[in-house]
Design a protein around this ligand. Structure first.
Ligand code: BTN
Length: 272
């Protein structure tokens, strides 16, 4: 029997150490679904509570950032979405993406020993190739957050990628040379997320995680190109602040705060 034959609700639950995330009937597992984010949004509309976790073996319309498609293959990867109902300012919602990235990074290290890096705000990379993608969707309600859905796709045991991403995508199997338990990784992400998220909620900022994030942020100290919709600019990435914005020093010495958006890093995914 292979390490990964029993990917499903029971096995995932057996690895969970969370108090509220994905426990107490808050875990929905699908063999195949359109998008776990869409399902979590649908459940939110029906009044589902914070802590619902939607997991799928295969998504047939997985969504990536900026309207891109997130492709998966049955039996090899994991797709999961968390439903959260945080009671804080909508400006802080983007920090949840960074918390998810930290959680996945830690989960990967705990389960496989692999040390990965984070490309701000939320890609997890190994040797310049992407292993994890995160898509956060927020629904505002009367100036507050109605709910947040944070969705994560992890390339786990896939060994061949479509040609258009073969130069930029990798998997845990390709990086470690070993088949990895999808249930183990999926549950450990939730275990780590619950801890970081509670820390974040208790302080209302990323201050307790900022150093940890900056230590593994591939952008830091490197030349970056910020693809600002108004006007792109270049500079040196200095690290994130307490809100999760990336600080970039431009050539005229000014330090600019980048809240969101696309940032290319020289040498990562082929930006030169
Ligand atoms: C990216 O473009 O890097 C983000 C990819 C996010 C993919 C995940 S898979 C689980 C969740 N459901 C979706 O439809 N998308 C996210």
């Amino acid at each position: 029997m292979s390490v990964d034959d029993n990917f499903g609700e029971d096995e995932i639950s057996s690895f969970l150490r969370t108090r509220w995330l994905g426990t107490g009937g808050r875990l929905l597992f699908f063999r195949e679904i359109g998008s776990t984010n869409d399902e979590a949004v649908r459940q939110a509309g029906k009044g589902a509570e914070e802590g619902l976790v939607v997991i799928a073996d295969l998504q047939n319309s997985g969504k990536g950032r900026r309207g891109r498609v997130w492709k998966g293959e049955a039996g090899l990867n994991t797709a999961m979405s968390y439903l959260l109902r945080p009671d804080f300012d909508p400006d802080l919602a983007s920090a949840i993406t960074l918390i998810m990235a930290l959680s996945c990074r830690k989960a990967i290290r705990n389960v496989t020993g692999l040390e990965t890096l984070i490309k701000w705000p939320n890609d997890i990379v190994s040797k310049g190739k992407k292993l994890v993608g995160i898509l956060t969707e927020m629904s505002p309600e009367n100036g507050r957050i109605g709910y947040v859905v944070v969705g994560t796709g992890i390339n786990i045991n896939q060994s061949v990628f479509p040609e258009e991403i073969s130069e930029t995508a990798s998997s845990l199997f390709l990086e470690t040379g070993e088949k990895v338990s999808r249930s183990g990784i999926t549950a450990e992400c939730a275990n780590c997320f619950e801890e970081y998220y509670e820390l974040f909620k208790s302080t209302g900022s990323l201050k307790d995680m900022q150093d940890e994030y900056n230590a593994v942020c591939v952008n830091n100290g490197r030349r970056v190109k910020v693809l600002d919709p108004k006007k792109s600019f270049e500079g040196e990435a200095l690290g994130i602040n307490e809100r999760g914005s990336l600080l970039v020093r431009t050539d005229d010495g000014r330090v600019r705060e980048v809240y969101a958006g696309e940032v290319s890093v020289r040498g990562v995914y082929g930006y030169t």
